[in-house]
Design a protein around this ligand. Sequence first.
Ligand code: AHM
Ligand code: MG
Length: 336
Amino acid sequence: MNHATLQTFLAQSVEKGQLTAPLSALLQSLANTSTLIADTIHQGALGGVLGSAGTENVQGETQKKLDIIANDMLLEALLTTGVVAGMASEEMNDCCPVQNGEHHPYLVLFDPLDGSSNIDVNVSIGTIFSVLPNPGTGPIANASFLQAGTQQLAAGYVVYGPQTSLVLTFGYGVDAFTLDRKSGHFLHTSAQIRIPEHTHEFAINMSNQRHWHEPVQRYIAELLAGKTGPREKNFNMRWIASMVADVHRVLTRGGTFMYPQDTRNPEQAGKLRLMYEANPMSLLVEQAGGKAYAASVRILEIAPTDLHQRCPVMLGSSEEIDIVVEYHQLSSPACL
Ligand code: AHM
Ligand code: MG
């Protein structure tokens, strides 16, 4: 079977008026860089790239060597596209404006290597990216990036797993590409991905159960009750602890993925970051017919106040997200 290359797919999308040439160039650059990241990951212990870098990021998490390597590769590549005005990342306290790029059209946010705890144990990890318009309000600063997820021009991720796959949206549905290691090209392998409305699979870190708020307690208890409970069917659970890999499963065969806010740290709205984790994944999920909520609000409508702010995440098959959102709406406002 013949698969179009990503390059051909992007060129055709430009012809159809779905994509501008500069955005196409930016997406191609992200894809090309991810193939270099994939090669580096693939080397593992042979390349001396496993283990901790001995430093911490802005959220106080220990950085892995590969977090920093992937971050630097993306920065270097995006700097030379000629279309990016600034970049922000999980691994940098503040944004990185592109010198003389103030008038370039795009801002890019990324989590260079999501699922870091899985790097050293050879489990799937990924790169997540979000493209926003340059608001054109002067020099690029952290505030330039504080735009709601609905403003995203494109979003996607690359999952480095048994296959390296790129999953992409620019507002015309979701398409997936598989890296052909022989040619080094991403080939178009799934068009217009849809998340089934119904599912019997969910993903949540069950070890946090005792900390959850009541709506999540109720929803998960009903799933666990199975065929003889109120939902009258058995559910299966998966938790990879790499958001990219868990969301990839949801996009591939349906299901839900949740990282709710809990009682451990009332100041902290869950674990995942809005700007470069929740927003891009939410755009992909909605473009594929699923839903993405932070308790009872649509993630894409959250007005951000901080580059690194956290956000509760509940996304995937619409029937399930409707139910858990309803449980949040029924509970007291303080209960996120
Ligand atoms: P990271 O960006 O530091 O890798 O953290 C995000 C990851 C997600 O990929 C994943 O869903 C979650 O953290 C797993 O958390 P936990 O270890 O609590 O299960
Ligand atoms: Mg991450």
